[in-house]
Design a protein around this ligand. Structure first.
Ligand code: SAM
Length: 287
């Protein structure tokens, strides 16, 4: 739920008894798409803000934290990612990060709501700067079905850059979906899922992701935490599952020598994010 009071946009987390506010200048866009209510605001200090169904999705100022951590740990854990698929991610920020890897030959963004992409092109052009890269492909439709339709063993990395596990995204946090990812991935493949807040969701969503990924056949599952100021608790995570690949090891030298610019990710950040806080280790020990 979100409210507007005296130029303060507030997302209220009723069940947590908390809220997050940004001072806004004006509303730039509002529409009801076929899937959700989509708003864009101009804020005083965080650039533009995208909101879906009252939930903050991203701001110009801090989205790099999330987009870099959703992408580079997985791509530097995979031995040689050539074909990468993003499920959701309609703002194109994850796609931009994926296409920074020169050895990626083909990237797909599979977003259910085309309007999110069209509106991002207008209000977040910096996130869409790689959309014309010849390696970029777009499919507008349900990511659950798209993964199910893939020929077995044809994808290297699947990045699930989705909204919270409700509505159209609910089935992206489910055992059947991870089973379909397992089939679509080649040997050595990786699935990475945005996995919500470590503080709020370790004993629920994150633990369920670990047990579902393991049940689907991913033998190594690893959660990486990172800061994300505009999300509930300001602390977020992604969870990687490896198909015959250990998700706690990565190509450290390649990460250190990466031939592109990042603002948060580097090999030290990656190494540090592999160290899980004690309460998470205890909660996630063989669920
Ligand atoms: N970083 C954001 C977060 O964690 O809140 C997510 C950003 S991205 C805008 C999420 C996208 O997932 C939305 O645009 C939404 O339309 C898309 N989405 C939700 N369910 C989907 C599905 N089943 N298939 C494809 N895209 C989906």
């Amino acid at each position: 739920m979100s409210t507007l009071d005296n130029n303060w946009f507030t997302e209220v987390f009723q069940d947590q008894g908390t809220a997050f506010s940004l001072q806004v200048k004006r509303k730039l866009h509002e529409e009801q798409t076929s899937f959700q209510k989509l708003e864009v605001w101009e804020t005083e200090t965080f650039g533009n803000l995208m909101v879906l169904d009252g939930c903050v999705m991203l701001t110009s100022r801090d989205n790099f934290l999330y987009h870099e951590m959703m992408t580079h740990p997985a791509l530097f854990t995979h031995r040689d990612p050539k074909k990468v698929v993003i499920i959701g991610g309609g703002d194109c920020g994850t796609l931009r990060e994926v296409l920074k890897h020169p050895d990626v030959e083909e990237a797909w963004q599979v977003e259910i709501d085309e309007r999110v992409t069209r509106v991002s092109e207008k209000y977040f052009p910096e996130l869409c700067e790689s959309n014309r890269d010849p390696r970029a492909n777009f499919f507008f439709g349900d990511g659950i079905q798209w993964v199910r339709d893939q020929p077995p063993g044809t994808v290297d990395v699947i990045i699930v850059d989705s909204t919270d596990p409700v509505g159209a995204a609910e089935g992206l946090f489910a055992l059947d979906f991870y089973r379909d990812c397992m089939i679509a991935l080649r040997e050595g493949g990786i699935v990475v899922q945005q996995s919500e807040s470590p503080l709020l969701h370790t004993n629920s969503i994150i633990r369920d992701i670990h047990s579902d990924m393991k049940e689907a056949g991913f033998d190594h599952v690893q959660t990486l935490a990172f800061p994300q100021p505009v999300y509930p608790t300001g602390w977020w995570s992604c969870t990687m599952g490896g198909k015959d690949v250990h998700t706690s090891y990565f190509r450290e030298e390649d990460a250190a020598d990466r031939p592109f610019v990042t603002r948060y990710y580097n090999e030290g950040v990656h190494r540090g994010a592999l160290a899980m806080p004690q309460f998470m280790l205890e909660a996630l020990e063989d669920p």
